[in-house]
Design a protein around this ligand. Structure first.
Ligand SMILES: *[C@@H]1O[C@H](CO)[C@@H](O)[C@H](O)[C@H]1NC(C)=O
Ligand SMILES: *[C@@H]1O[C@H](CO)[C@@H](O)[C@H](O)[C@H]1NC(C)=O
Ligand SMILES: *[C@@H]1O[C@H](CO)[C@@H](O)[C@H](O)[C@H]1NC(C)=O
Length: 207
């Protein structure tokens, strides 16, 4: 019995190594976390004119672990309901972003969310059309669950960080108010510098 188990474990181990080899080397990734809310003007500005162009033009997706936290300055009221800084519409949009993030990988999610943030209304259908992404599951998520429920985990993530305002941007899982400020104006330059500093490697696409 014992020998049999060893053989099984060995085979599993070999399969594991083979799979890892086939996927190629894991690239060095610099984590970026964005705390934001759907309707704050500076968040919309940052996502559409800083982060999106950087992710696309510099092709940063393979070199970062991007995390979006759509909650921002929202708070819970005494009854435990989420109250958003820009009102009910913003909570609805944050919740749609939350559902997008639950049902699509970060590349697809970010494209949809950045596209939505070009406007203040719900542009989900338009953006889904644009990128040919099926958002049936996103709509179902939003239609069948409460905003409180969808946003709860983003509220918990946000509570771990004390930021001055949104957008709040953390590099390498550390929020620094000054760095966040610099990132919001020059995301590509600061990201590239930090990447070089951490991995001693310049990205080809960096300015
Ligand atoms: C994300 O999902 C899309 C569609 O399912 C897929 O084509 C793409 O390869 C995925 N990207 C990653 C990085 O997993
Ligand atoms: C603020 O951040 C920038 C970029 O990361 C850095 O060059 C600068 O020294 C920082 N300033 C302070 C006061 O920490
Ligand atoms: C960084 O990379 C350069 C060239 O690739 C190498 O010469 C240097 O020793 C490296 N520095 C560190 C601290 O690893």
């Amino acid at each position: 019995m014992k020998a049999f188990l060893y053989v099984c474990l060995m085979i599993l181990g070999l399969v594991g190594v083979a799979t890892a080899k086939r996927r190629g080397p894991v690239r060095d990734k610099l984590p970026v976390t964005l705390y934001y809310e759907a309707l704050c003007p500076y968040c919309r500005e940052f996502v559409t004119s800083q982060l999106l162009p950087a992710m696309m033009r510099l092709n940063l997706f393979p070199f970062t672990e991007l995390t979006l936290v759509p909650y921002g300055n929202a708070k819970l009221d005494d009854a435990g309901n989420v109250v958003c800084q820009h009102g009910v519409d913003e909570c609805e949009l944050n919740a749609i972003h939350g559902c997008i993030l639950e049902h699509h990988n970060i590349t697809q999610s970010f494209k949809l969310i950045a596209c939505m943030m070009r406007g203040k209304k719900n542009r989900l259908d338009r953006c889904a059309d644009r990128y040919k992404i099926d958002v049936g599951d996103v709509k179902k998520c939003k239609a069948t669950r409460s905003v409180n429920d969808i946003l709860a985990k983003y509220g918990q993530e946000t509570a771990k960080v004390s930021f001055n305002g949104v957008p709040a941007i953390a590099l390498d899982n550390i929020y620094d108010a000054n760095e966040s400020e610099q990132l919001s104006d020059n995301f590509d330059v600061i990201f590239c510098a930090k990447y070089k500093e951490k991995f001693n490697k310049s990205l080809d696409t960096c300015p």
